[in-house]
Design a protein around this ligand. Structure first.
Ligand code: ADP
Ligand code: MG
Length: 679
């Protein structure tokens, strides 16, 4: 272990308290600290107001002429305003929905505000108040901090640490790569991330570090695949084709040709001794569950056990239900194991699992607990794979003699990203919906039109149909989510009383409470279900034909699409109503696209084009690897180059023994063992 891998407590002046604060930012080692890069740079050069372009983002320094005034308006919205003397001019500053900044604005105390300049009105729409001392450099790095540590404190700490430890930084990339792509040395690059001399300097640093990230990632992916292949051979699941056909014949519908194709692909994997590592992608409603059921049954006919792991209890119960129905006339024993399974029942399930009496087990995280032991596990399927970390999946896989693994996901990842994101995984795609589906009709309305929409819903409910109302995600706080959902729930309960019953579902409820509400909705005891996004994945209530999504512009397109997939599951026409008043052109464009297409792949490509993957996939749910510096979209060409070079390197025999590749090999090995790149 090098010095840089030591804890930050080694740094002078960093005591236990500081260590804790740094840990809260994800910084544990000295290495973490010096590679904790700014997420943006502000141009804080002092500009004359007349030089600033309209809509340009700038930092203005000045003296407030008075305290800030806060006005509350509309639905939980507020506006904070004050006037500020900047040089000789009076500028008006407005912050939206940041009333908490009020205390920071004091008359005649110097202040620096970062925001967008409106040249005509001579006003600034504030985004952030920054420490005035930051204005010392023209191109000032801004770091993510939290309540426990200030920007300036962190900058000072990084500077001090850098001065002491910069000589410990080793080059990771071999010379031939540095030369081939004219990349900056690692040490210079880190320095230019924190303390750039020029913008160009900083861009070169980014380029170098992004390349390194991509390259190491690709090397690791290839290594993993090789490990898996050289390990013990996968199982050969000799399933009974006749039996499988007998099951297919009992289905109330014909499989789509896409379903047939992917079932064939999966079956070929099952039979072969090579290890299955396959991703099944299919849009919401494309019929993945039945494919999973068929794969599990094939496994059972070969005398093996199958496991289906899902992220939520509701989903587990639902899969349990569909599978039970699927196997009605077949001799298959299925069990459900979740954290609410009672101790006695659990004991029995575990015993039957070891004894091989249970053929298929459906469950949540409970399936990867240590006490869950299989007799002969042949196939593991995880639904909505992005919710599980790689480690969790690995644990489950290790429960058997190297069973085949199938990941299912409805997140339509654009093809261009899929290769890089899923690396060496095989991909099956269901690119066709069952015939006879009536496409969901999506409309976009403004908040003031909600009551009209509610009356339309009432009409549909009188015909016996049911409705979802989805409440926005408020990123800052789960408590706000709940409060907001509760308010909407109360309003609707009032609106629809006494003819219809309204239920509420949110993330803070206990699993049992959720279950009660969910089953009441399924039984049509509740006609309206108000919910935060907990219903996002997999819920199947075909009688629910309308979904209204409040503040729809707060969601990514992919998530809207997922949510929308909860309706349109039956034979009746269904509707999705987006309620939003986006301000930007792009926001409007996004709502429009939703009304124009129901094709998840098209949406994902469109969204990617407009906003980049981070925005599209939302926070950490994407299943895409996260890079510190690299941007999979903006730097996609570099990603390709890194991939090509990684493949080339692995094609050289024992490349890791060459002296020039030593540091690379060390990095790779170190990281591979700690890696959890899908989270
Ligand atoms: P998802 O891919 O979102 O998991 P599901 O497996 O839940 O989709 O399928 C959605 C609905 O479509 C279910 O009610 C299922 O029974 C039905 N379904 C699946 N395949 C077909 C098919 N080939 N023809 C008609 N209906 C189908
Ligand atoms: Mg599903």
């Amino acid at each position: 272990m090098g010095v840089l891998d030591q804890s930050v407590s080694l740094i002078k002046g960093v005591g236990p308290k500081r260590v804790e604060v740094l840990n809260s930012l994800g910084i544990e080692t000295i290495q973490d600290l010096i590679t904790y890069y700014p997420f943006r740079y502000d141009d804080v050069s002092e500009k004359n107001i007349s030089e600033i372009n309209d809509q340009e983002k700038v930092v203005l320094k000045g003296f407030p002429l008075s305290e800030a005034v806060v006005n509350y308006y509309g639905y939980k919205k507020n506006r904070l305003t004050f006037r500020m003397m900047v040089d000789e001019a009076v500028v008006s500053v407005t912050f939206f929905n940041q009333a908490f900044l009020k205390d920071k604005v004091r008359a005649s105390e110097e202040l620096a505000v970062y925001g967008k300049w409106d040249a005509k009105r001579k006003s600034l729409t504030g985004m952030k108040i920054i420490a005035t001392s930051q204005g010392e450099e023209d191109f000032s790095p801004i770091y993510h901090v939290n309540k426990k540590i200030r920007q300036k404190t962190l900058v000072d700490l990084i500077r001090q640490t850098w001065e002491l430890f910069q000589d410990e930084v080793e080059e990771t990339l071999p010379n031939w790569l540095l030369e081939k792509y004219r990349l900056m040395p690692r040490k210079d690059a880190i320095q230019a991330m924190h303390f750039p001399d020029t913008v160009q300097d900083n861009q070169q640093a980014r380029r170098r570090l992004a390349f390194e990230e991509f390259f190491l990632f690709q090397l690791k992916m290839i290594e993993l695949k090789r490990e898996e292949q050289k390990g013990e051979a996968g199982l050969s699941v000799q399933y009974d084709l006749k039996e499988l056909k007998r099951l297919i014949a009992t289905l109330p519908f014909e499989l789509t040709s896409a379903q047939k194709r992917v079932v064939n692909e999966i079956c070929a994997d099952l039979k072969s001794t090579s290890h299955m590592h396959r991703l099944l992608q299919g849009d919401v409603g494309s019929g993945k569950t039945i494919v999973a059921g068929l794969a599990l049954y094939a496994t059972v006919t070969a005398g093996f056990q199958g496991a289906l792991m899902v992220p939520t209890e509701i989903l587990a119960e639902q899969h349990m239900e569909s599978l039970t129905e699927l196997f009605q006339q077949f001799d298959v024993k299925i069990a459900l194991l979740t954290s609410s399974t009672k101790a006695a029942a659990k004991r029995q399930i575990l015993a039957e699992l070891v004894a091989g009496e249970i053929d298929i087990i459906v469950g949540t995280h409970s399936l990867i607990q240590e006490d869950v032991i299989f007799k002969h596990l042949g196939l593991v399927i995880t639904d909505e794979q992005h919710r599980f970390g790689v480690n969790q999946r690995k644990l489950l896989r290790e429960k058997g003699g190297n069973p085949d693994v199938l990941f299912m996901t409805a997140t339509p990842i654009p093809r261009t990203l899929a290769i890089t994101a899923y690396g060496e995984m095989d991909v099956s795609i269901i690119d066709e919906l069952p015939s006879g589906r009536i496409p969901i009709e999506t409309s976009w309305i403004l908040p003031k039109q909600v009551d009209i929409a509610l009356r339309n819903m009432q009409r549909l409910m009188k015909q016996g149909q049911q409705v979802y109302v989805i409440c926005p995600l408020i990123e800052e706080s789960e408590m706000l989510d709940v409060k907001n959902a509760t308010e909407i729930y109360e309003h609707l309960a009032d609106f629809f009383a006494p003819d219809f019953n309204v239920g509420l579902l949110h993330g803070k409820m206990k699993p049992q409470e959720k279950e009660v509400i969910m089953s009441a909705f399924k039984e049509n005891e509740l006609q309206v279900l108000v919910s935060t996004t907990v219903i996002e994945v997999g819920v199947n209530v075909p009688n629910a034909t309308t979904m209204m999504i409040m503040d729809a512009d707060r969601f990514g397109l992919a998530q809207l699409h997922q949510l929308r997939g909860r309706v349109g599951r039956g034979a009746i026409a269904s509707y999705c109503i987006l309620v939003a008043s986006p301000k930007s052109e792009q926001g409007k464009e996004r709502m429009k696209i939703m009304t124009e297409t129901t094709d998840g792949f098209k949406l994902s490509e469109k969204d990617l084009e407009m906003r980049g993957p981070g925005d599209f996939f939302g926070n950490k749910q994407s299943g895409l690897p996260e890079f510190k510096v690299g941007d999979m979209v903006a730097d996609s060409q570099m990603l390709e180059v890194a991939r090509t070079e990684a493949i080339l390197l692995w094609s050289q025999k024992e490349w890791w023994l060459l002296p020039e590749n030593q540091e690379l090999a060390r990095q790779l090995h170190l990281e591979v063992t700690q890696m959890d790149y899908f989270d």
